[in-house]
Design a protein around this ligand. Sequence first.
Ligand code: PEP
Length: 254
Amino acid sequence: SGKVQFFVGGNWKCNGTKESISKLVSDLNSATLEPDVDVVVAPPFVYIDQVKNSLTDRIEIAAQNSWIGKGGAFTGEISVEQLKDIGCKWVVLGHSERRHVIGEDDVHPHLQFIGKKAAYALSQGLGVIACIGELLKEREEGKTNDVCFRQMKAFADAVPSWDNVVIAYEPVWAIGTGKVATPQQAQDVHVAVRDWLKKNVSTEVASKTRIIYGGSVNGSNCAELAKQEDIDGFLVGGASLKGPEFATIINSVT
Ligand code: PEP
């Protein structure tokens, strides 16, 4: 890390109540954060408005999902226009829980949900946190790069520009498991993804696009990870629910 601005996102997933979120927001508002870091939090949809109205402007807000196009007769979905209306600047797309628990897809010819969502969000001016990452079985079979490249291609085929995209490499076996990737394991995939961008998009996009790591990052392991040349920040789940620990992770910028 070092060439581009460090980026740290907090993915609150499907957690929290009005009360616990009010406490988290007040802890974040009183934390001292390094200035040269982009900081984003992704609350559950129903609390975005509460967070927007109480959280410091220093921290931007992401949604955890968005619909593939303009709103309308899509029961249960949330549109990009609505997210912008309540002050979101970002959306997390392709998260492993949506891919593997909910079954969201990037390859089915009639769906390609993840790429479509990314293209639509970008077209409306939202930034996209584009998540990729392999399952444990895929890693054990030596398919880590193949899987990440396939997921990268689904984004690349859909998006007109990478200007507003942050890539989150999140090995599925490391998410919510307490089993963090070693700094070298993460660095190796980040380099491979950057090379993929160089070959398949451009040298400029490869050098400018932030590739952040996610998967059991916490206040104790963030410093070693942040030292890696190609780790440009973090996407944090569990540890982002604790304000002081999340601040430690933000401040691990090197
Ligand atoms: C995530 O949800 O993106 C994540 C990385 O979760 P955790 O930090 O809890 O592993």
